[in-house]
Ligand binder design. Structure first.
Ligand code: 0O2
Length: 245
C-alpha cells in the first residue's frame, strides 16, 4: 500500500534530483579511491613481485540504511546531517593476504597528498570484545565536478581474508537473530575469531621467511618486470646508477 503523502509530484522530482546529485558525489569518490587502490596494487606487484590485495569490494549505502543510521544516532533527516555525520556513505573493503600488507596499504593511502585522514581505528591492534578485527580509515578526498569541488569522505576497511571470513559470518548471524545472538554462538564466534587471529599470525611468519629468501634470490637476478615483460638490466647500467647514488 502506498504511503499517504502531502508532497507534490514536482517536489518529489526535485528531491530525487537533489539526492541523485548528492549520491553521485560519493560514487565519484569511490571511483577515485578505487583507481588509487588499483595503482598502488599494480605498483606493489612490480616492486615486491606479489599482489598484496586478494579482492576489493565497494558499495554506496542505501537510502534506507542512511535513514536507519540517522535515526539510530538521533540525527535530523537532512542531507547536511548525512554529509557531516555519516562517514560511511561510500565504503570500500580491501581484503589482504597478510597482516603486514594491511599496514602497508594503509600507509600508502594515508601518505597521498590529496587525502586527508579523518580517523583511523585499529581493531587489529585491539580487537573488539566479540573478536572483530579490521583496520578502519575514514579518508577525505577532493571530487571535482563540472561546477564545484567537494571534499568527500570514504570509509576504507582493510582486513585479511580470515578476518573478512569471520566478519561476514558474524554479520549474518547477528542479523539472523535480530541482534539477540544466543550465548553459545557468541562464545563459539569469539573462539573462531581467536583461531583466525592465530592463523593470520602463523601465515605472517611464513610469509616473512619466504619474502626474505625471495629478496636474496632477486638481488642475484639482473632483470626487472614491467607490464608482464621481463627486461634484462645490463651490468654497466646497474653499476652506473649505483655509483651515481
Ligand atoms: P554496515 O551495514 O556494514 O555498513 P559508525 O556507526 O560507523 O558511525 P562505529 O560503530 O564506531 O561508528 O564505527 P566502526 O566501529 O568503525 O564500525 C563501522 C563498520 O565496521 C560497521 O558498519 C561494520 O561494517 C563494521 N563492523 C564494526 N564492528 C563490527 C562487528 O562487530 N562485526 C562485523 N561483522 N562488522 C563490524 P555498520 O554501519 O555498522 O554496518
Amino acid at each position: 500500500m502506498s504511503q499517504q503523502t502531502s508532497v507534490s509530484v514536482e517536489q518529489i522530482k526535485a528531491v530525487k534530483q537533489e539526492f541523485t546529485r548528492f549520491m553521485m558525489m560519493y560514487k565519484f569518490a569511490l571511483d577515485e579511491m578505487n583507481t588509487k587502490i588499483n595503482i598502488l596494487q599494480e605498483e606493489f606487484q612490480y616492486i615486491h613481485s606479489y599482489n598484496p590485495i586478494e579482492h576489493t569490494k565497494s558499495r554506496l549505502k542505501s537510502p534506507e540504511s542512511i535513514v536507519k543510521k540517522l535515526r539510530r544516532k538521533g540525527l535530523p533527516l537532512s542531507l547536511v546531517s548525512v554529509k557531516d555525520q555519516i562517514q560511511d556513505i561510500a565504503g570500500i573493503r580491501i581484503s589482504c593476504s597478510f597482516i603486514s600488507d594491511i599496514y602497508i596499504i594503509s600507509e600508502m593511502l594515508q601518505k597521498q597528498k590529496d587525502i586527508t585522514v579523518i580517523e583511523c581505528k585499529d581493531y587489529i591492534e585491539k580487537a573488539k570484545p566479540n573478536g572483530y578485527q579490521s583496520l578502519h580509515l575514514i579518508l577525505e578526498i577532493p571530487v571535482f565536478m563540472s561546477d564545484r569541488e567537494e571534499r568527500v569522505k570514504v570509509e576504507v576497511q582493510i582486513r585479511t581474508v580470515a578476518m573478512d571470513f569471520w566478519a561476514s559470518l558474524e554479520h549474518k548471524i547477528y542479523y539472523k537473530y535480530e541482534k539477540a545472538v544466543p550465548a553459545h554462538l557468541l562464545k563459539e564466534l569469539k573462539e573462531a575469531a581467536d583461531a583466525a587471529a592465530e592463523l593470520d599470525q602463523k601465515m605472517e611468519r611464513i610469509h616473512q621467511e619466504v619474502e626474505s629468501a625471495k629478496s636474496k634470490e632477486e638481488a642475484d637476478q639482473q632483470v626487472i618486470y614491467i607490464d608482464n615483460k621481463t627486461l634484462e638490466l645490463p651490468h654497466k647500467l646497474i653499476q652506473a646508477i649505483a655509483d651515481a647514488k
